[in-house]
Design a protein around this ligand. Structure first.
Ligand code: FES
Ligand code: FES
Length: 165
């Protein structure tokens, strides 16, 4: 058995060393909030944090996670004040559509706001390279800005424009 520290808990698994971290989280540890999209580090659906840094867990062998490293998944983001602020802004801005990409989006956004508490549009574009088939990009940006202390109506303005057309 091997051990991982996930969301503050020491958890055991018996996956092969080359198993991607994503599958250990989902299939051995039952943390299914982290999603599989592409499997080739392109879409970001599988984003988790390792020691606060966003990583694409679909291409990271579990053996590459350093002993004692702290893994955070979407299930563990609510106690984090930045993560909680983003989740609140996500709800206020009605960001999710189908929802499949959203765990990865919030994990990427949390890492961004921790590094840059007041990100510019360019900062957001550079950090949030996640793919959303539903096209929630404008609302993602609005929610990040709201969580960062920006205007609270940005996302709603977008909704009103869409509904008015
Ligand atoms: S599933 Fe990992 S980046 Fe797409
Ligand atoms: S909300 Fe559906 S893929 Fe992003």
């Amino acid at each position: 058995m091997a051990q991982l520290t996930v969301n503050g808990r020491a958890l055991q698994h018996d996956a092969e060393p080359d198993t991607p971290l994503l599958w250990v989280l989902r299939e051995q540890l039952g943390l299914t909030g982290t999603k599989y999209g592409c499997g080739i580090a392109q879409c970001g659906a599988c984003t988790v944090h390792i020691d606060g840094n966003p990583v694409r867990s679909c291409v990271l062998p579990v053996s590459a996670v350093a002993a004692g490293a702290k893994i955070t998944t979407i299930e563990g983001i609510a106690p984090d004040p930045v993560g909680a602020a983003l989740q609140k802004a996500w709800v206020a801005n009605d960001v999710p559509q189908c929802g499949y990409c959203q765990s990865g989006m919030i994990m990427a956004a949390t890492a961004l706001l921790k590094a840059k508490p007041r990100p510019s549009d360019a900062d957001i574009d550079a950090a949030i390279t996640n793919i959303c088939r539903c096209g929630t990009y404008n609302r993602v940006r609005a929610a990040i800005k709201e969580a960062a202390g920006g205007p609270k109506t940005a996302g709603l303005d977008i909704i009103h424009i869409v509904r008015a057309v």
